[in-house]
Design a protein around this ligand. Structure first.
Ligand code: CP
Ligand code: NVA
Length: 306
């Protein structure tokens, strides 16, 4: 089988994404019915974390167990990775000992260097530039809650960060639109986001205007991991980019609210929105488990019929 990685959202085609979303539903339904499904018996996932995580670690580790395999957690504090072993050497060794690797790190370049020397599939568990597994879960959640995302409008309020970049890549592949509103100085950089063009997104100076008519309103922390030194200036710059009830009121009547979590109530989102009736954040978090099982199955075994 051809070696495939999932380093950014556009590594999968439209047809493959459609397959993955269908497959996620099958895997999730079976799991909910307590039907054991162990296609990855004897397979091992290595999870390498250079940044903190709750959801990503849990969902990959539990997901691998549920598929019959096992998962090993590594961090850079107590492995040789934190002591200057070249990424390329680590990839050569680790990929001879396990069957699939998930990495959460800083620059995208690091995961690309690892993948270039890996004999097994590599999955991006978040980099400074992208968070593709989260967007898989978000889109699957939208489909589950509201049906196909093609032609819909997503309002992105806040930082043009790894989540925003990944939404923009997804919009190009799955043909939906993103209304982006960032504070001045934090605008989207299409090239850095790895976009083919600018047809699938529109920028708005006013976050309220970006939310008008949106089918999904979403945001993320003002300061992402690795950017903590900018926190004070970001607190000032982002003060008006807080998703509130007024923004939800101008969105479509049946709009949903999403947040990848962890959230800061009173900063990027008001409590009444994230804890309100339009919020699907818990379903969104739970679906990480199921989309990533479908992803690992696909990368290791290819398409499964039925
Ligand atoms: N959303 C997300 O990736 O959460 P963690 O940082 O807890 O993994
Ligand atoms: N943009 C956030 C997402 C956390 C899951 C970060 O990179 O810290």
């Amino acid at each position: 089988m051809e070696l495939r990685h999932f380093l950014q959202f556009k590594d999968l085609s439209r047809a493959e994404l459609d397959y993955l979303f269908d497959r996620t539903r099958v895997i999730k339904d079976r799991f909910k019915r307590y039907e054991a499904y162990h296609p990855l018996t004897d397979r091992t996932l290595a999870m390498i974390f250079e940044k903190s995580s709750t959801r990503t670690r849990l969902s990959f580790e539990a997901g691998m167990h549920q598929l019959g395999g096992s998962a090993i957690y590594l961090n850079t504090r107590d492995t040789q990775l934190g002591r200057g072993e070249p990424v390329e050497d680590a990839a050569e060794v680790i990929s001879r000992m396990v069957d699939i690797v998930m990495i959460r790190t800083f620059e995208q370049r690091i995961i690309e260097r690892f993948a270039a020397h890996s004999r097994v599939p590599v999955i991006n568990g978040l980099t400074n530039e992208y968070h593709p597994c989260q967007i898989l879960a978000d889109i699957y959640t939208f489909i589950e809650q509201r049906g196909p995302i093609q032609g819909k409008t997503v309002a992105w309020i806040g930082d043009s960060n790894n989540m925003c970049n990944t939404w923009l890549q997804a919009a190009e592949i799955l043909d939906f639109n993103v209304h982006v509103s960032t504070p001045p100085g934090y605008e989207v950089e299409p090239e850095g986001a790895g976009l083919f063009g600018t047809d699938h997104f529109e920028s708005f100076a006013d976050p309220l205007a970006a939310c008008r008519g949106a089918d999904l309103v979403t945001t993320d922390v003002w300061t992402s991991m690795g950017f903590e030194a900018e926190n004070a200036e970001r607190q000032k710059a982002f003060a008006d980019w807080c998703v509130d009830a007024e923004m939800m009121a101008v969105a479509a009547k049946d709009a949903v609210f999403m947040h990848c979590l962890p959230a800061h109530r009173g900063e990027e989102v008001e409590a009444e929105v994230i804890d309100g009736p339009q919020s699907v954040v818990w379903e969104e978090a739970a679906n990480r488990l199921h989309v990533q099982k479908a992803l690992m199955e696909f990368l290791l075994l290819g398409r499964i019929e039925a």
